[in-house]
Design a protein around this ligand. Sequence first.
Ligand code: AMP
Ligand code: ZN
Length: 113
Amino acid sequence: MENCLFCKFVSGEFKTEKVFENEDFIIIKDIAPKAKNHFLAIPKKHFKLLAEMTQEDSQTLGRILKTIPTLSDVLHLENGYRLVVNQGDDAGQTVPHLHVHILSGQKMEWNPA
Ligand code: AMP
Ligand code: ZN
């Protein structure tokens, strides 16, 4: 997808440190961390919303969710973690390429606002 920041990270057109990569997705550090540790799991295929996923996309996302806990050392997940997927305007989705926020390293409040 043209003009998509995360597609450019995936392709390498924009340089960023990839803390993990496999055939399904990359993981990078969030530039504006909302917790002590804040990573973004970004599928290589561009789509914005869960509602747009094909069957194959949902299998990819399943593999991504299964892989994240295997990266406990790299992502600092040992004491628990939170996954967030912002969808659309009300949730404050700013990058229209589906991504999973991975937050850890501190006690977290639960305040959806
Ligand atoms: P969302 O608001 O759910 O769409 O999440 C987008 C995330 O991308 C935000 O947490 C931003 O801090 C993060 N972000 C924006 N630009 C960059 C960048 N250049 N490198 C890493 N993370 C970024
Ligand atoms: Zn994209």
